[in-house]
Design a protein around this ligand. Sequence first.
Ligand code: IPT
Length: 955
Amino acid sequence: MSFRTTTSIDYVENVSPGSGALPPRAWYASSDSTSLSLNGNWCFRLSATADAEDDSFAEEGYDAGDWAEVSVPGHWVLQGHGAPIYTNHLYPFPVDPPRVPTENPTGDHLRFFDLPSDWPSDGGVVLRFDGVESCARVWLNGTDIGEFKGSRLPHEFAVGHLLKPSGNVLAVRVHQWSAGSYLEDQDQWWLPGIFRDVTLLHRPAGGVLDFFVHASYDHVTGEGTLRVDSDVDGRVTLPALDIDVATGETATVAVRPWTAEVPHLYDGVLATEGERVPLRIGFRTVELADGLIKVNGKAVLFKGVNRHEWHPEKGRALDLETMREDVLLMKRHNINAVRTSHYPPHPAFLDLCDEYGLWVIDECDLETHGFTEQAWRDNPVDNERWTPALLDRAARMVERDKNHPSVVIWSLGNEAGTGRGLTAMAEWIRGRDGSRLIHYEGDINCRDTDMYARMYADHAEVERIGRGLDGGSLKRRHLPFILCEYGHAMGNGPGGIADYQRLFESYDRIQGGFIWEWIDHGIKDERYGFAYGGDFGEELHDGNFVCDGLLFPDRTPSPGLVEYKKVIEPVRMAGEGADGTVRVTNAYDFADLSALAFEWSYQVDGETVETGALTVPALGPGESAEVKLPTPPADAHGAETQWTVRAVLAAGTAWAPQGHEVAWTQIPVDERPLARMVQSDGPVLGGRRITLGPASFDARTGALNTIGGVDVTGPRLDVWRAPTDNDNGAHWQPDERYGLLWRKLGLHRMRHRLNAVELGDDALTVRTRVAPAAWEVGLRTVYRWTSDGTRLRLTVSVAPEGDWTLPLPRLGIRLGLSGSADRVKWFGGGPGEGYPDTKSASRVARWDSTVDALQTPYVRPQENGARADVRWAEIGGLRVEGDPSFWFTARRWTTEQLDAAEHLTDLAPGDTVWVNLDHGQQGIGSQSCGPGALPQYQLRAAPAEFSFVFSEIHG
Ligand code: IPT
């Protein structure tokens, strides 16, 4: 016999999107209707299952005196109740759609409220939830008003008839798991809760219901055409354009168009009999024309990012200031586009995109990625039972966001395989809104979409696509291409994005890409600094794959963002020092250069000796000009010289102050003279020491001990680096995952065999062989020391022996200095780190830093902090000149300690500062989810010779 005691939780596992909610409509703020925010502290009770408690808590008079409290918007798992879970694509429950586990954390929420005394008595009232994960059932004053799924979508209920002037009880039961969870398998933390606003909206009689702003722009005539369709008739006024028309009527006038570059908005009003709603209208036309995505008649190049909503303490419950910070950071880093991966964001974010100017791919709250583990069997998007839920999601997104000029593309979702449900969504969207294009990456033949999209395609494939040699369906071959995800910004990296950008700019068909992703989803945590997957005891998790953003969790830009800003800069400048000209190209799609001021400066050995303004014509998009630089200011007396040219904001904008740097370039003039040293002294043996100029060595081992008064711990060959996430690659990546192969080969445990210590007339030579246990490969390494009496020169010669099939992580020397070494000064690339394929933003100048500030705090510790192209560096009383220039790294722990650390809190400073002076570094690539370092950035094991000149700094 089997029976269930209750059927009241059937809605949890029902494929239906819910019941009781009002039809979706545009999200807007009314200027004269009253509203009441129900955000704040709510009473909270957590149960282990969906039906552990009955629904008596929803009744009036229920005593919740012993309940806990949570703040709404929020996630209860981030407020001390239960724990977050991180999985990339695996469902953290058995795949048995639409059923979910009996263990289903369920949060009962209670909010008591009175209506404000001036709450109007006429009209109706709507209760709006902007986001609840994953399924909620709602009662007001004891009446069950419905239940819903679709976590990142709004749901509204008509509640006027249930409200009382005071003593209202709003009860919301939220289940972590529901049938909806199968549609929400995005790569992120599973975070149940009422995580967006809850609002009570008065709806005046005769008020606005839903409306659709159609505002197009004809780039030939320069005219905009406005028509506002409204469920309730009214008038539309735009004073600045003298428009005053009835809803449903068309007005065509000359306008300034809206673009992400120049986001011109017109303020207007939609007035019905009972209500006035402010409008912010941007005129623009999006179309697929000549096989390209065009806005206002021009093809656009997306310089985008994928943005998840993230705050290290609040999860996906973002406040307006955090959203604004995201937009400002994007604008200041030359980013022009956002894909709202992988769900519609808080609606206020789109207002900001309209206002500051960002192209938006608005993506539906849909991902069924975990079905890939069963060859997509039972995928909800290919099963008509689920189609109403999919259509509900599409409609809730489109209806909510349809009035945003920034939204130019609708995306059906992410990683959901293929199926009829997706086609149904695309058809519905096209029918409702023909004014935007449709994206979905999983639609490889572009059956339902207007563009070919891929994620993580390597450079060679992107180039083939650019050349139209990629095959595919007939339809696809005529469509534009975007990389909806690329440049996986996990840990150190992404590398190779400059190479992608060159491809994007070389082929019209390639309309840019979106870096994966905007911000690390690290959770602030007392134990670890920032926590990632596995830190909460999850039985299934994907570790730090959740920390793959251009921002650290606290929104500090990572070197990856600095690199991206440089790579996508909207002004291209290049020149030849010899002819003293710089070629300036406007790489905007719409704006001319009139908003920018140009400055030159001239550096002698990295020090700026003169600066001035550079007059550059207000070039239109795509135009170039050769601009003459002044006569070089000073006679440089054999020093290294260069021009630096910068483009800065001529006046403050909404997103950055006057003087904010937008683009820059450096143009070398006179090359650096090499570090010459006339050797005069020879090595002298005295007891257990050898002296050579200012240095003293161990006579038996040939190891350097001191240079003048500076103690030095054994400079010797070093090839190891703490593998980056991109070195390690993802488990589904091909075999060439160097981080793992290096470890297997033993590059982290190299042995240094001493072959000879030779005292010559003018040099001390130490011959060694550096090799890992178990293999026959090795690096014959010779250290040759010479001196001019005050300086000490080391020449390292390396010759690989045996069959080296792997690149080396790094090639250089490591030495230890006293822990008191703190200040670092250098002439070379900076201010931030750079590696062979991540150093576009590395600027040659004089820099200084503390050792601590040289570290890049990747959430999972790994190789970081190298400064590229260093001519010389000073640290701990030593000066090091490179011949040729080198990569400089200094840290208060060893590479081995860095390698062993799982979290930043594992790194404790020791009493030595370890310095790496590298002749070579392996590129970074983006193999944590993409291609590895391109061949030209690989550090092949090959014969090499490089030198450093050391001297003690006095005073
Ligand atoms: C791709 C996903 O779309 C994205 O959500 C994220 O998981 C990203 O990868 C990796 O961080 S899917 C992957 C199988 C290419």
